[in-house]
Ligand binder design. Structure first.
Ligand code: CA
Length: 757
């Protein structure tokens, strides 16, 4: 434990009369504020028993392992009981630790939770147990950094607010990788309802794609208590690439305010999922053209959406820039209540692709928006894109004084004028028309910057180390040279392999982002059941090499690249460019790339590569077979590659279940040739390409010869599958089945050439 103040903790030995005199002098009780400097958990617990209003407990600098902090006491207004760090940022709460608060007027600051995970279901909880909650208390300048359960599907929550009148501000919350909402406000008992909490100036740092439901960053309420008012204010927070799932914020209670928050390149939307009379104003969404970046989704009654700014949002469907939903007549509490009395005014929607009205209209969701207003909004798109999709009757919405540019006014309503306008970027970083047009976000919109949130003493790091960003290291074909180089390389480094025959006798364990690049003629064989094993924290870019499986063991189930057999918290990236694979046929079921359960790729990219004589599949991405809506990879993109004599499928890609909380998986195959793919007797799907539950599929410009058909099973949502401009030679056309909806197949299969020869 660090040094610093070495005074033992003890209440000042002042006499009672002295204390009373002092109290009289300052004209108030409590008497004297004491500081208890504690160096271990026993000292902390002893100090806790003595705390009075105005007192402070200071934790000594250093690592506090396995510390379940119970911070319980009764402070007073203006004289809280405080828990803080000797030096902010230098008190590290690690191992199996957590913090629970209960009582009145408590304040916690300066702690860092990292290198461990909570043994309970919450890291910071504003209650000690169901009967003892915290009120009028504040947690400020606390860091929770990558404090994850080791199993990515094990649920926990980093911050859970209970009680009333609490504040959570200027905290740094980044790197949640396991399942469970990052932060939630609970309304589950009367003592936590109408709570008037304030959540402000927090840095909600990157949250990677979870690949299942349960990746929300903030949730207020639950459907069960959603008709209860919360009166929570969420303002001036910064959401930095909060990509967990399709809800960045899930509002599920009434009378909350979401004001002046910035959403930076975050996939998903601020969703008014349940609860009425909420105010959403002055929020700024920068999509930067990234996939699935969305804005605000409106459901329920009495929602006001005004003076928000959306730029560069590419989200579609329920993930659009602005979505007004249809409701369910007499909706059960957990379905969709009708939109009523919505006021959507003075919002700017700039270069954002989709505004959806009466969205979700179907036999069940037939209650159209009513008594609502949509006025003085500014809609601008560089491409002149028709951004509106109207799914049902919107005569219950009064459209007025909206400006649309440069597109023509939409035909579904009056209340839009079209004008050619030019935009310029103002001091606050937002685009405004050069002259006042009486529509769109206000000029004085207060944009919350990253620097204004979190703490100054903890870095807001980039979540990903790019390939090729480190050193270049030359490697020769001598025995063990490649193994040693992989072990010694730092994140971002590039290993450049000289010409030669590399025989790899041990697993190459990839624990950080590395590039392996052949220069000249590089041939690699391997003697274990896999060449590469991608472990937690690892990512691989492989380029300019040839890999043969001929030296692999004569056993079934080899792979060239496989992921950790254990759950991986960190998503990985895999890029294969100009790599030539052959002789993967020493035994059956030899796969090229095989993902294990509990592992998730942000992206797998294959380009300019060839795969010949493979007894298994080229890609096995089908290990999440529980039908929980979990899957193995977000993007699989293949271009300009050759697949020849592959007994399994090019890919087995599986996303089961009927949950609708994910955007992916995505599959794209272009400019490639498949010859004799999928015909092996062990290929269970009997398909050349097997896609189950993939959400976005694009297969175009390929030649597929003497192969089994492509099989596409749609399971949930509105999957978009396009198979166009391909040539099928001695290969049946693709099969598409809708497994759960009972709809006619929706895949677009057209302009393909079919030949027999
Ligand atoms: Ca969700």
């Amino acid at each position: 434990m660090g040094g610093g103040i070495s005074e033992p903790y003890a209440r000042c030995p002042m006499s009672l009369s002295g204390l009373l005199a002092a109290a009289a002098l300052f004209g108030a009780s409590p008497a004297l504020a004491e500081t208890f400097f504690v160096k271990d958990q026993t000292e902390y617990r002893d100090a806790l028993k003595q705390l009075e209003p105005g007192d402070t407990v200071v934790l000594a600098d250093g690592a506090w392992r396995d510390f379940e902090i119970v911070f319980q006491g009764t402070g007073e207004e203006g004289a809280p009981i405080s828990l803080t760090a000797e030096t902010p940022g230098k008190v590290i709460i690690s191992g199996q630790s957590n913090l629970r608060l209960a009582g009145e007027f408590l304040k916690v600051s300066g702690l860092v939770f990292k290198d461990g995970f909570t043994p309970t279901s919450e890291v910071i909880s504003f209650r000690v147990d169901a009967d003892n909650v915290a009120n009028n208390s504040r947690v400020t300048q606390v860091v929770i950094d990558n404090y994850n359960q080791p199993e990515r599907q094990e649920v926990d929550f980093w911050v859970m607010m209970y009680g009333k009148n609490n504040r959570f501000d200027h905290n740094h919350i980044a790197g949640k990788r396991n399942k469970g909402v990052t932060m939630a406000v609970r309304l589950n008992t009367e003592q936590s309802q109408e709570n008037y909490h304030r959540i402000d100036h927090n840095y909600f740092g990157p949250r990677q794609i979870l690949g299942s439901n349960g990746g929300e960053t903030l949730r207020i309420g639950t459907s069960h208590y959603s008709l209860t008012d919360s009166f929570t204010v969420v303002e001036n927070n910064y959401f930095d690439r909060a990509d967990g799932e399709l809800e960045i914020i899930s509002n599920k209670s009434g009378n909350n305010v979401f004001r002046n928050n910035t959403f930076y390149q975050s996939r998903g939307t601020l969703t008014m999922r349940h609860g009425n009379n909420n105010l959403v104003e002055g929020n700024v969404f920068f999509g930067n053209g990234a996939d699935h970046t969305g804005g605000i989704r409106v459901i329920n009654a009495g929602q006001t959406i005004r003076n928000n700014y959306m730029e560069g949002l590419k989200g579609t469907r329920f993930g659009g820039a602005l979505v007004v939903m249809n409701g369910v007549p007499n909706s059960p509490i957990n379905r969709y209540h009708q939109v009523k009395d919505a006021k959507i005014t003075n919002n700017s929607l700039i270069n954002s692709d989709n505004i959806q009205l009466a969205a979700g209209s179907d036999a069940e969701r037939s209650a159209v928006p009513i008594d609502s207003e949509f006025s003085q909004n500014l809609i601008f798109h560089d491409d002149g894109r028709d951004v509106f999709t109207v799914y049902d009757d919107v005569s219950g919405v009064a459209f007025a004084k909206n400006l649309i540019s440069p597109m023509a006014p939409p035909d579904f309503a009056e209340g839009f004028r079209s004008e050619a306008i030019a935009l310029e970027r103002a001091q606050n970083g937002l685009l405004y028309p050069e002259s006042d047009v009486g529509a769109g976000a206000l000029r004085d919109l207060d944009v919350t910057t990253k620097e204004e949130t979190g703490v100054a003493w903890y870095p807001k790091l980039e979540p990903i180390i790019a390939f090729g960003s480190g050193e270049t290291i030359k490697v020769s074909a001598e025995p063990n040279a490649l193994f040693d180089a992989v072990g010694q390389a730092n994140a971002g480094d590039t290993l450049v392999l000289k010409s030669g025959d590399y025989v790899v006798s041990k697993f190459l364990k990839i624990k950080k982002p590395l590039t392996i690049k052949g220069k000249g003629k590089v041939n690699i064989t391997f003697e274990r059941s896999a060449l590469f094993e991608i472990l937690d924290g690892g990512s691989l870019r492989l380029t300019g090499v040839s890999i043969s499986g001929r030296d692999a063991p004569d056993n079934a189930g080899n792979a060239v690249i496989r992921t950790s057999p254990y759950s991986m918290l960190e998503n990985y990236r895999l890029e294969i460019v100009d790599v030539h694979f052959s002789d993967m046929d020493v035994n059956h079921s030899f796969n090229v790339i095989s993902a294990a359960k509990g592992t998730f790729a942000d992206s797998i990219l294959i380009k300019d590569s060839s795969f010949r004589d493979v007894t298994g599949a080229v890609l096995k991405l089908d290990k999440e077979s529980d039908d929980y809506g979990i899957y193995n990879a977000e993007y699989l993109t293949i271009s300009d590659s050759i697949f020849e004599n592959v007994q399994g499928a090019l890919v087995d890609f599986y996303r089961g279940g009927t949950d609708e909380s994910t955007f992916g998986p995505h599959f794209k195959l272009t400019g490639s040739t498949l010859t004799n793919v999928g015909g092996g007797k062990r290929n269970k799907s009997k398909a050349a390409i097997h896609l189950h539950g993939v959400q976005v599929t694009n297969i175009s410009g390929n030649v597929i010869k003497n192969s089994e058909p492509i099989l596409i099973n749609h399971t949930v949502g509105e999957p978009k599958s396009r198979i166009v401009n391909n040539t099928f030679i001695n290969t049946p056309l693709p099969n598409n089945f809708e497994l759960n909806s009972g709809l006619e197949p929706t895949a677009v299969i057209e302009n393909n050439e079919v030949k027999t020869r």
